[in-house]
Design a protein. Structure first.
Length: 83
């Protein structure tokens, strides 16, 4: 199974949707909550080049945000990345 890392913040509907998709697929994630931690947010921006939440990484590869994740899922490509 692939390693999934997701940077999130509290009260973020997009973060919840992304986490729910992984839960539905029974995929364990490593979550970094940047709600009250500017260091975690800076790390996310440095790794992704983006400052919106969530930011998803699969096996170290930046996938993008929630819309990007669901685009990959709708194309039928997410399961292959997670295998």
């Amino acid at each position: 199974m692939a390693e999934v890392v997701i940077y999130t913040r509290k009260m973020c509907g997009f973060c919840t949707a992304a986490k729910n998709l992984f839960a539905k697929k029974d995929v364990k994630i490593t979550e970094h909550d940047a709600t009250f931690d500017p260091i975690v947010r800076e790390e996310m921006v440095k790794l992704s080049g983006r400052n919106t939440f969530p930011q998803v990484f699969i096996d170290g590869k930046h996938i993008g945000g929630c819309d990007d994740l669901f685009d990959i899922e709708s194309l039928g490509e997410l399961d292959a990345l997670l295998a």
